[in-house]
Design a protein around this ligand. Structure first.
Ligand code: DSN
Length: 435
């Protein structure tokens, strides 16, 4: 028996059941992945005990010599992974990293331009219920409703919008956009209107690190990310700058006569601006994950993530599903279920009964509320980590279709659930009881 099991069987049981759920089910949530045992070990280490406010070598606490090693490894590996000048690995989450961007480069009330949440954007890119939309004035660009570019961003329209609203900052990045971004075009728009350019690459960071998608770092002034999605690290955030220099929109400091570099602004926005002590066990786990991502097989894994998503999207199109933008360039697809007469909520719930996990998702120009939605979002990073390939993803698309088509037939749901368990049994994940 483990110490946890002996001391607190209720928590132990919850964890154990979640491990079983992950082992037995098909995890198709696009933002989730499965970390390695070494990443889990680092997260479960006594580094959680250590306070280390400040940066390596410049801490506000004694005893930081070993956590400094871990943070320096995370920083140098991240710089190598993304070929960039500067990183800060301390943000507790992607939302925290994004908050540091606003704190560094905007004043409350300033206008910025971001991708509409209902068109695939993220809460922290200006949703009215998030700090970004409450404290700042958000304007949005979206995707095309019809025509050859349906479901895609039209850069001419982004330019027109930027000219009309004159934002101080333009954000790129999405939670449910299946296509790549034209960073060069975004930068030219930002330069034309005098805006700061920020890319949130949370979803695609691993695919970018593997060199399989366009690289935002040469074009965006600052880039933020989470570390747990396609990058396959622990839950957390990070900030990066491709080429660091004086904040191009900064005022000269009255005393020193100097403009701060973008990195200095971001470092102090993370701490003491919005966080206290960094989570050193998570930072150590980030170092481990970045080390894994630097290995050649991470590129093979990332290529398989995209190949599996491509094949799955094709399978859905062949079965008559309306895949937004007609396919995908990355790890996810967005399926508009309106032509199937089912809501995202109904599909999500039926799939869950068959042990297939997806999330309901707004589709562009949705007429349902965010609690119901007309679509589902499906991603391949997690099941690709388990080793599933194109044949299995084609088969999974057929399982998803069987569930959606027979969503009230408990016999079909049970049969699919059995097939899901059989498939998962062939690709073992975690073979341990939490110790
Ligand atoms: N909401 C997360 C996602 O699932 O994409 C990102 O924060």
């Amino acid at each position: 028996m483990s110490d946890l099991q002996l001391q607190d069987p209720l928590v132990f049981d919850a964890i154990q059941k979640e491990v079983e759920r992950q082992n037995d089910g098909l995890e198709l949530i696009a933002s989730e992945n499965f970390v390695s045992r070494p990443v889990l070990e680092a997260m479960g280490s006594p580094l959680t005990n250590k306070y280390a406010e400040g940066l390596p070598g410049k801490r506000y606490y004694g005893g930081c010599q070993y956590v400094d090693i871990a943070e320096d490894l995370a920083r140098s590996r991240a710089r190598e992974l993304f070929s960039c000048d500067w990183v800060n690995v301390q943000p507790h989450s992607g939302a925290s990293a994004n908050a540091a961007v606003y704190l560094s480069f905007l004043q409350p009330g300033d206008t910025f331009l971001g991708l509409d949440l209902a068109h695939g954007g993220h809460l922290t890119h200006g949703s009215p219920v998030n700090f970004s939309g409450i404290l700042y004035h958000a304007e949005y660009y979206g995707v095309e409703e019809q025509g050859p570019n349906a479901g895609r961003i039209d850069m001419d329209k982004v330019r027109d919008k930027a000219r009309s609203v004159q934002p101080k900052m333009i954000s790129i990045g999405a939670s449910a956009y299946p296509r790549d971004f034209d960073y060069e075009a975004f930068r030219s728009i930002a330069d034309e209107v005098g805006a700061f350019l920020w890319m949130d690459m949370a979803h695609t960071a691993g695919l970018i690190a593997a060199g399989l998608m366009n690289d935002p770092l040469p074009f965006a002034h600052v880039t933020s990310t989470t570390t747990h999605k396609t990058l396959r690290g622990p839950r957390g955030g990070m900030l990066l700058i491709g080429k660091d220099y004086e904040n191009p929109f900064g005022k000269v400091a009255p005393k020193s006569g100097r403009v701060k570099n973008m990195s200095e602004l971001l470092d102090s926005a993370v701490f003491p601006g919005m966080q206290g002590g960094p989570l050193m066990h998570v930072i150590a786990a980030k170092a481990v994950a970045f080390g894994e991502a630097l290995k050649p097989d991470f590129k093979d894994y990332s290529a398989a993530v995209i190949a599996n998503a491509t094949i799955m999207a094709e399978a859905f199109v062949e079965m008559g599903y309306d895949v937004v933008s007609g396919g995908t360039d990355n790890h996810l697809m967005l399926i508009d279920l309106r032509n199937k007469g089912v809501t995202g909520k109904e599909a999500e719930e039926a799939l869950e009964r068959a042990d297939i996990t997806v999330n309901k998702n707004m589709v562009p120009f949705d007429d349902q509320s965010p609690f119901v939605t007309s679509g589902i979002r499906i991603g391949t990073p997690a099941m690709t980590t388990r080793g599933l390939g194109k044949d299995e993803f084609r088969y999974i698309a057929r399982l998803v279709d069987r569930v959606i088509t027979n969503r009230t037939d408990e016999d079909v749901l049970r049969d699919v659930r059995n097939e899901v368990h059989e498939l998962c049994g062939r690709y073992p994940l975690y073979d341990f009881v939490v110790a």
